[in-house]
Write a protein that binds this ligand. Structure first.
Ligand SMILES: [Zn+2]
Length: 409
């Protein structure tokens, strides 16, 4: 079903674009206060910051003028062009962020973020009975979304430094040893990064729980899923054989051409991403939905299937999060939140209209979604036990999982 551009969706979108611009300006002002407070001494730097602000104010004025002119009750003729303007402005704001900010210094990370870092760290220790004591470090990146890695220099060390050693035969010729490089992801440190203009945006911190969940997943994958998540999923009997064939022969099954997309590796990536989303949703509720939604509306357009090797389509993820939230927190899900969620979904599907993997364009994606939904609901939640007082559906009799979720809530 095609999503229509409604007044509500346009208003929500306008709000998000203005919010993004405002947050950017706040970020620039933080830089001024922290580094160039002496306006006379740093005249040139202050002018440089002003040029960023001027660009942002220009974008803001376009949003306001276009919105005022085009939002006309009962006349939706201009809605598609207003939507296209807003989409391009959001793209321009993100371009300024990702490509032009590194020239300016980064303000120090807010104290509250450091506190949040400690909370996440404590949770990991509590969740894992101190089996793993990963040290968490949250820092800032120059990108649009969050990232996680055990060593931020792993790519550099495995490519640039190692190439240097191989090309000049440094070990044999000069007796110099290469760096010892850990690539297995089992390091005791966990580096989570957040985009710099979101460092003080508490609404976006919820997504950091997803990043934390990756480390838990890697630790618990074989405890939760005896033969690994993808094998267990492939062997689950939730769907009839016919559907299973369609899904896995038609989509995830590796073909003769090893470069062809997709493969079972992609299935594992998708399952892991969704597990992390759903774990975070169960742990912290709806704030996670809205934080991921903000991340997704700022995502770059995906133009080909191979763009989905690591992550399922955003609408797929958001629908799955909504579905688990409705089961885990039925009361909250039935209140006004449903309306907000409907508008979020509408905006996201309009923004991702040209992406190759929508439910509309690819029926197999919907089938995979249904299979994921059943698989994860059975993993996280029991379908028939309901607490009469709270209406909350109890977590499944999945001991390791129940232990860690109950311990943390
Ligand atoms: Zn992830």
């Amino acid at each position: 079903m095609e999503t229509k551009i409604t007044t509500e969706i346009l208003s929500d979108f306008t709000y998000e674009v203005i919010e993004r611009i405002a947050r950017f300006i706040v970020h620039l002002e933080e830089i001024e206060v922290q580094f160039y407070n002496d306006q006379k001494r740093f005249k040139v730097k202050v002018e440089l910051i002003d040029s960023y602000k001027k660009a942002l104010f220009k974008l803001l004025s376009i949003v306001l003028i276009a919105y005022k002119r085009d939002i006309v009750p009962n006349n939706t003729d201009n809605y598609p062009s207003l939507f296209a303007i807003l989409k391009d402005i959001l793209k321009a704001v993100n371009e300024l962020h990702a490509d032009y900010l590194p020239v300016l210094p980064r303000p120090s990370e807010p104290v509250e973020l450091t506190r949040f870092e400690r909370v996440i760290h404590k949770q990991i220790i509590r969740l894992t009975k101190e089996e793993i004591q990963q040290k968490i470090s949250i820092s800032i990146n120059e990108k649009i979304g969050e990232e996680i890695c055990s060593d931020p220099l792993v790519d550099y060390n495995t490519s640039s430094i190692s190439d240097l050693f191989a090309q000049h035969d440094l070990k044999n010729k000069y007796g110099i040893e290469n760096l010892s490089i850990k690539t297995d992801g089992n390091d005791d440190k966990l580096h989570i990064t957040i985009p710099r203009i979101d460092a003080s945006n508490t609404f976006r911190w919820a997504s950091l729980i997803h990043e934390m969940a990756h480390s838990l997943f890697n630790h618990f994958n074989l405890k939760f899923f005896k033969s690994g998540i993808e094998k267990e999923f492939l062997n689950s009997d939730f769907f009839a054989n016919k559907t299973k064939e369609t899904i896995f022969n038609g989509f995830f099954k590796p073909t003769d051409n090893i470069n062809a997309f997709p493969t079972e590796d992609t299935l594992k990536n998708w399952l892991e991403e969704c597990w992390c989303d759903l774990f975070a949703s169960i742990l912290i509720g709806h704030s996670f939905y809205f934080s991921q939604y903000l991340a997704f509306i700022n995502e770059k357009e995906k133009k080909q299937d191979t763009d989905y090797i690591d992550h399922p389509p955003s609408t797929f993820r958001l629908d799955l999060i909504e579905s688990i939230l409705c089961s885990r927190f039925p009361i909250e899900s039935c209140t006004g939140l449903t309306l907000s969620i409907d508008n979020c979904e509408g905006l996201l599907s309009l923004l991702l209209e040209n992406n190759t993997m929508s439910f509309e364009k690819r029926p197999e994606i919907r089938q995979i979604y249904v299979a994921f939904c059943m698989f994860f609901k059975s993993h996280f939640i029991a379908g028939n036990k309901q607490d009469k007082k709270s209406g909350e559906i109890s977590l499944k009799n999945n001991r390791p999982l129940r232990e860690i979720i109950y311990k943390s809530s």
